[in-house]
Design a protein around this ligand. Structure first.
Ligand SMILES: [Zn+2]
Length: 422
């Protein structure tokens, strides 16, 4: 027995190097699509997308019979997995119908599972990458998804945020805080340079503070995302060389032009975040600045937001990216803001799709990895019933989701002539 075991071990020792030297070839799958929106503004018809393992290896005109194991997506439109550059995956609505807070009695396990549910809802909606900005627990979520423990989008996170009073607010202490986030594994730095929209949105951070925080992030190779509502706060963020401005409800033409000139990415929201608060006041009312004045401010922000989206779209060279600021109640509804940008902001549908694919990828410095249907890119592929470049509402009808080559959703095709989305 002892000898047999030894012989088996010897055989294993002999066999193992062979396995480690020649990793099995990744399995190949072909997706056949009637229409492919490539993420850079082009549409290709009748294509085969070849995927080996987690990568797209070829995109070519469809021809011949579909190889065994291939998937014919029929009349559906294929797009790169969508990207939302601003969400809050840790925010959820409790079973008691309230925004979760630290003191509401929910256990950490419940909060973690709620966060996982938000991630799954987001992935099912076709968003294969998100930037979750501001919560420490996003780090555990990011890592659990990366390990394959749970399904979800690729997550980048700041793990927390910095404001004008953080660590006493001196430039040196803000720099130290940026270094601490980096050491903790943050993918980016989130900075509040103005008050909330519910408190008027005036600038809070001084130019010296912003120079310190965004400058230190740059030195460490991290991007800096700056919450800024007033035109002054936007200009300060631009002048400090910060990477991206969030919100910008009160940005004016000069502020938009400054962002364009400096190559600052701009991520304004159109309507989902406001509608989610206003349509479900009872979830939020009485928590922090969710009060009558706060709701009135958000009501007033909606026309400004819609007009601001249009103005941003008309600003030459402005790098407009897609982000929803999805909080509790809005996860999985991210595409509603794509619709808003077209229908309420007046932007061309194809440009809105680019803002949520290749341009969003550029804002994440992942432009060689995600956001395009092209050889070499990560196999993040979704399909919609209908063509969102001509009817943006089709982005709400995601029926196929692949991320990193793994299929998470493939609904049966809609019956011909029928409407499966009533
Ligand atoms: Zn936010």
């Amino acid at each position: 027995m002892h000898c047999a075991a030894a012989a088996t071990l010897a055989a294993l020792a002999f066999a193992l190097p062979a396995y480690s030297q020649a990793a099995p070839a990744p399995s190949t799958i072909v997706l056949r699509a009637a229409r492919v929106i490539d993420g850079t503004g082009h549409t290709l018809l009748h294509q085969d997308i070849v995927i080996a393992g987690a990568r797209i290896t070829a995109v070519r005109p469809a021809s011949g019979p579909l190889p065994a194991g291939g998937i014919d997506l029929g009349a559906r439109t294929v797009l790169p997995g969508l990207i939302d550059t601003h969400v809050h995956l840790a925010w959820y609505i409790t079973t008691r119908g309230r925004l979760h807070t630290d003191s509401d009695g929910d256990t950490p396990a419940t909060a973690a599972l709620a966060q996982a549910a938000n991630a799954w809802a987001t992935l099912r909606a076709g968003f294969t990458t998100v930037q979750s900005i501001g919560e420490e627990e996003n780090g555990s979520l990011r890592d659990a998804i990366d390990r394959g423990w749970i399904p979800g989008p690729r997550v980048l996170t700041s793990l927390g945020s910095i404001d004008s009073a953080s660590a006493g607010g001196s430039p040196d202490s803000l720099r130290a805080l940026v270094r601490r986030f980096k050491a903790q594994g943050a993918d980016l730095i989130k900075i509040f340079a103005s008050k909330s929209i519910r408190e008027g949105g005036a600038a809070t951070m001084t130019p010296a503070q912003l120079n310190a925080a965004c400058g230190e992030a740059r030195v460490l190779g991290l991007r800096s995302l700056v919450h800024a509502h007033s035109a002054e706060s936007v200009r300060r963020a631009v002048n400090a060389g910060c990477t991206q401005v969030e919100h910008g409800i009160f940005a004016d033409d000069a502020a938009r032009a400054a962002m364009a000139t400096h190559g600052t990415f701009f991520d304004p929201q159109c309507g989902l975040v406001f509608r989610n608060y206003l349509d479900h006041k009872s979830w939020f009312e009485g928590i922090g600045n969710y009060n009558a004045a706060g709701f009135a401010a958000m009501e007033g922000a909606i026309p400004l937001a819609e007009a601001g989206i249009g103005a941003a779209g008309r600003t030459p060279q402005l790098k407009l990216v897609f982000g929803t600021d999805a909080v509790g109640g809005a996860h999985g509804r991210n595409a509603e803001d794509l619709v808003c940008r077209v229908r309420r902001g007046g932007l061309p549908a194809m440009d809105v799709l680019v803002s949520a694919t290749s341009r969003a990828a550029e804002s994440l410095q992942l432009e060689h990895e995600i956001g395009r249907i092209a050889p070499g890119f990560s196999a993040d592929v979704i399909a919609t019933d209908g063509d969102p470049s001509t009817e943006i509402e089709a982005a709400l009808r995601v029926s196929f989701v692949m991320r990193n080559g793994i299929i998470y959703r493939n609904d049966p095709p809609a019956p011909p002539g029928g409407d499966s989305h009533d």
